[in-house]
Design a protein around this ligand. Sequence first.
Ligand code: SF4
Length: 323
Amino acid sequence: MVRPTLPGVSVSTESRPDRSADDGSAVNSDKGSAVPGAGGHPIRVPALSPSRAGDFKQCPLLYRYRAIDRLPETPTQAQVRGTVVHAALENLFDMPAGLRIPESAEFLVDGAWGALCEQTPALHDLVPDDQVDKFLSDAHKLITTYYTLENPTAFTPESCELRVEVDLAGDGDADGVLLRGFVDRIDVAPDGRIRVVDYKTGRSPGESFESRALFQMKFYALAILRLRGIVPARLELLYLADGQSLVYTPDEAELERFAKTLKAIWKAILKAGETGDFQPKKSRMCQWCDHKAHCPEFGGTVLPYPGWPSVPGATGTAESTGN
Ligand code: SF4
């Protein structure tokens, strides 16, 4: 595919290394920050992201396979489309406000797809040539829906694809945990109020899945509170498949309770990490799990536990990054 160009506009898919499986837009390749380990190999500083916390709550064995064993997973077309659309929307806000029109965004979708294919030629197997037009057409529809939710020519974000990292131990609690994640967009009003926006390329969740979305929003609200000392005025999830949005207005007391929840999750992860006792937990979510072959719930045998890698000078001893 010929990668289009637009004068003055750069197309990038590289700012965010990991996309969450939460919204069906994941390409699971998080990098995270790293410290040198034995033999000069980097070891990632332990951290908790919304996705990995969600994995552990859903199924500890799934968490292990993703965060510790780091088993490869096969992305779906929907996940890759999500990556492309997120990159296009990020690049859109690099443009002058007046140029952030639908035609620009569609152009950026095509460019982001081209850039992603250059980085990962294997994507041509996932999206064969005879399916590319449909793939891009579906991505354009998501962009069309995006414009029904907001007008990007009317404001300029403070930041896009912002990597946030904050240590909950900063409050003097020795049982702290490093939170890490990527925020799609942060808008700051002239009076200082903060709005956190996350794009979802799937449909808005039913009630049973809404709690997972709220979990992610509370996670980011808490991170912003710790980093800036301000409770975000508004958090919004924009669902580009059906044009719905989920809005959450956090309050500080609720976020402090949530901090305790995150610490409890991290404590449970560390405890399982000591022994390797990550139990499978069967649910309807298993239908999307790539690891049934190694899951006793589906007749598989659990892989030998590789152990919890130690990190020099860090609290805790293993990696759980990702978003
Ligand atoms: S198939 Fe289900 S129970 Fe097994 S590891 Fe995956 S999510 Fe867990």
